[in-house]
Design a protein around this ligand. Sequence first.
Ligand SMILES: NCc1[nH]cc(CCC(=O)O)c1CC(=O)O
Length: 337
Amino acid sequence: MMPELLRIGTRNSELARWQAMQVQELLARQGLKSVLVPVESLGDRDQHTPLYAMGVQGVFTRHLDQALLARDVDLAVHSLKDVPVQPANGICLAAVLPRGPVNDVLICRETAWLEDARAQATIATGSIRRRAAWLHRYPHHRVMDLRGNIPTRLRKFRESSWQGALFAQAALERLAISLQPDEKMISLPWIIPAPGQGAIAVAVREEDAELREFCAARLNDPHTALCVNMERAFLQAMEGGCSTPICAYARIEAALPAWESTEETFSVIFTAQVLSPDGSRKLDIELKKNLQSREIVSRADGLIEEIAREAAENLLSRGAKNLLRSSHHPSNPNPNL
Ligand SMILES: NCc1[nH]cc(CCC(=O)O)c1CC(=O)O
């Protein structure tokens, strides 16, 4: 039996509440009533310790896992990017919603410094992936640590003299952030996103079979699921956590059908990258597979395994582990590099 009123657990940030409301709206369209239940997370309580230094996975999701297991909530809504690849015991991801924008963006005031290859600049981000990618392209820039939720980070940028700050485009769009007249938003497609970036996930208790199946049938987007599950399988194969500069992005594009085929044909394009934390070195790979539309569901698991393993084996054989290990603390780069 499903409860009359579903309780949706969410972090209490503006972005988290917006995302939880999306799920609430989708449930309402299916005739299900729900309420939002805010649950504070470790990552929200401590907004100063850099994320990479917290040393635990799931700083944004653990308290919601606990609320699910304690039966204080029936569903939990997460930014998939923040969810550890290994789910907590008794909890499973039942659905991912259609993916939003995946890119990172730069918010800045004037841009002369970007066009001048030798200009000095200070850029702010709390993400070691964005830091590494930025420093790879602009090794002479300085990257500052910037923590907090989106409005806080934007405010800190506005009060600073930094040239720019990095954000997920999905987050800015969801909060309908309006830029000031002197501000610009520049899309950064050359930064490969984090696994799962731009996707919203719904977690439930494993034992709630009815709710789990309902979410899988009515809320889940199979295209998004194929892509993000591939990115996360790759992350797992690399044994990386949320605090390593591991990037992965899978997308599905319509491909021209083979002449004898009447079925729609797609390509899955998987791009991955690992960087040394100081940005001095990087390894890339791109893999592409064609598949028929029905295979997006029927062959999903096999394809995810196959591509994730091939990409991880390739990068690991080229020395990815050394590269990720080469400096542990961004502000204390290995002098040997
Ligand atoms: N770690 C925080 C977090 N988790 C998800 C998003 C943005 C939305 C998304 O990428 O899905 C953000 C903010 C950011 O990365 O700037």
